[in-house]
Design a protein around this ligand. Structure first.
Ligand code: GTP
Length: 598
């Protein structure tokens, strides 16, 4: 295909504004898949994605479309994940494109992630085509949304496409706009190969499949290629395109999007953002913008049943094959035994992995409360990175602690400004800026500790704004805070997996609240269980779980053995979700209790 007839674009949108539905319609309209072949959401392949209705991994598909000029165009759609956890993947997908559809819900208007994604697209110099979607909704107000796009983003929205992905309105107009407005790729077919890796996945039969955009040169089977960051080399066995299923072709040429398969065993060798070049005739420099991804949120994952340790390890290894941003390493907890410390890009990433472990690998897990990475400066000059509160050195050895801060952007109707400010202030946020998007919607920016965001900021933001707020955040810096470790003792024994790092001013309050919460969560047992919250050696709160004998057999008649057994089994089931720590049984909920404190 002549490079002039290639168009590469992404769709950027806030969650639920209709990105996947539009992608489906484009695939359907161009006849890439027949109706019969269309699944409800072709691009969102994973079950979990479908259930939660969010896109996690970027995907790609090649469409063919005959433009108004009668010429056939090759249009590559690169899907982007819509969630804040996956910003880096969004950025790489955008780097593979020349244009982007900016999809905005006609009833909702611009939201926090719309803006975050638009800024990324502008950074990559993309041609942005505004699409106002869901115009079929009774509450749709396309003119207001167009006005917002012009005022807030500064884009000309006079030619915005008005669409309803649901009703199939505006789909041809979107395709025509892509052909007319998105620039064709540039690049030199005869130059040494450089191709950007924007995604990858592990296939049990083929091994690692790298998703690439060729910037210069060509890729053909038999070539020996090198990744310019990891320096790994491999021989190409297959190249092909996404229709959206993988389809082999003879070569991938400059400007095109497709996949490369070779002798690559591990997705870790195929880093998103890396540049592939010809090992025999390498490009001088890698493509710009590669950066490693660092997890921001850590938690401990422990098998409920300790004999499942190897299964958990196996499952994590398998998940990691497809998700290079998932980190894990063995960790031991006095309370929970052998498990893993796992690092995630954010809370959603963490939830998704936990759910997949439980669902796809049938593992019962105990998860500890999420933690950020603290930089701990010791009095002896040592600097530690602490991602597990239990590992914080004693206060006497600490000079000071720095914690990660983010810039949080919240968009809300102006009635809720007070509520957002109150919550953000309570969460140690520092007010930065407030801007009106239009007469009744406001964008508020705060500088706020990441640890407060991962506690319950988003949940509380949602509830205090009746679901109207949208949130986006990005890591900005580390700042010194006065932080202490809050320990929990059960029956006089510290339970390391329940320790948390909290701000000194909140420690006493959180300690009391946590002890009280735990009292409600830890089941009564045959003996009394004291619950203590302590900072260092100082106990700051105490509660007691009273003793009780829960005699389930008392209700049974004397001789009915099978009924007795049934009851005993039921009781055993109930216990499964608990972990015995010393002589005390602790339910999973207890480890998350800290997140449920106001
Ligand atoms: P993420 O994958 O989470 O980023 O969401 P998305 O932007 O891909 O949104 P998706 O396409 O899944 O659509 C979200 C919801 O809006 C779904 O329930 C769709 O059926 C609905 N929807 C999409 N387009 C339209 C439309 O034009 N009109 C109406 N009424 N509903 C729509």
């Amino acid at each position: 295909m002549n490079i002039k007839n290639i168009r590469n674009f992404s769709i950027i949108a806030h969650i639920d504004h209709g990105k996947s539905t539009i992608a489906d319609r484009l695939i359907e309209y161009t006849g890439t898949l027949s109706k019969r072949e269309m699944e409800a959401q072709v691009l969102d392949q994973m079950d979990l994605e479908r259930e939660r209705g969010i896109t996690i991994k970027a995907q790609a598909v090649r469409l063919e479309y005959v433009g108004k000029d009668g010429e056939t165009y090759q249009i590559n759609l690169i899907d982007t994940p819509g969630h804040v956890d996956f910003t880096y993947e969004v950025s790489r997908s955008l780097a593979a494109c020349e244009g982007a559809l900016l999809v905005v819900d006609a009833a909702q208007g611009i939201e926090a992630q719309t803006l975050a994604n638009v800024y990324l697209a502008l950074e990559h110099n993309l041609e942005i085509i505004p699409v106002v979607n869901k115009i079929d909704l009774p509450s749709a107000d396309p003119d207001k949304v167009k006005h917002e796009i012009e005022e807030v983003i500064g884009l000309d929205a006079s030619e915005a496409v008005l669409a309803s992905a649901k009703a199939g309105i505006g789909i041809k107009e979107i395709l025509d706009a892509i052909v007319e407005k998105v620039p064709a790729p540039t690049g030199d077919e005869n130059a040494p190969l450089s191709a950007l890796i924007f995604d990858s996945h592990f296939d049990a039969y083929k091994g690692v499949i790298a998703y690439v955009r060729v910037m210069n040169g060509k890729i053909k089977p038999g070539m020996k290629l090198r990744m310019m960051v990891t320096n790994k080399e491999f021989e190409v066995t297959e190249v092909g395109i996404f229709r959206p299923a993988l389809a082999n072709i003879g070569e991938l040429s400059t400007g095109e999007v497709g996949f490369v398969v070779g002798s690559i065993k591990n997705v870790k060798d195929v880093r998103v953002g890396d540049t592939i070049t010809d090992a025999l005739k390498p490009a001088k420099e890698p493509l710009p913008g590669y950066r490693g991804i660092n997890p921001m949120v850590y938690c401990g994952l422990y098998p409920m049943d300790s004999s499942d340790y190897d299964n958990l390890k196996d499952a994590l290894e398998k998940l990691q094959l497809n998700d290079a941003s998932l980190l894990f390493e063995p960790e031991t907890s006095i309370a929970l035994g052998f498990g893993f410390r796992c690092g995630f890009l954010g809370l959603l990433h963490m939830d998704v992995i936990q759910e997949r472990l439980e669902r796809e690998y049938n593992l019962g897990l105990i998860t500890t409360a999420p933690s950020v990475i603290y930089q701990v400066y010791k009095t002896n000059g040592e600097i530690l990175k602490i991602d597990n509160p239990a590992n914080l050195p004693p206060a006497t050895e600490i000079d000071h602690i720095d914690e990660p801060y983010v810039k949080a952007t919240v968009i809300v109707p102006n009635d809720f400004v007070g509520a957002v400010m109150e919550l953000s202030q309570e969460k140690r946020g520092e007010f930065k800026d407030m801007k009106y998007l239009d007469v009744d919607r406001v964008m508020i920016t705060y500088h706020i500790p990441l640890s407060e965001i991962i506690y319950d900021y988003f949940d509380r933001l949602k509830s205090s704004t009746r679901g109207y707020a949208s949130l986006d955040y990005e890591l900005t810096d580390y700042q010194t805070s006065i932080l202490v470790k809050l320990d929990i003792l059960l029956n006089g024994e510290p339970v390391d997996a329940l320790s948390v790092i909290v701000h000194k001013d909140k420690a006493a309050y959180r300690g009391r609240q946590l002890a009280e919460k735990l009292k409600g969560i830890i089941p009564k047992q045959m003996f009394e269980i004291p619950i203590q919250a302590a900072i260092g050696n100082k106990v700051i709160a105490r509660e007691t779980v009273k003793a009780m004998r829960k005699d389930v057999l008392a209700k049974c008649y004397g001789g009915d053995i099978s009924r007795k057994r049934k009851l005993l089994e039921k009781q055993k089931e109930g216990k499964k979700r608990m972990k015995s720590v010393g002589s005390v049984e602790i339910p999973q909920e207890a480890f998350m209790a800290i997140l449920k404190i106001d």
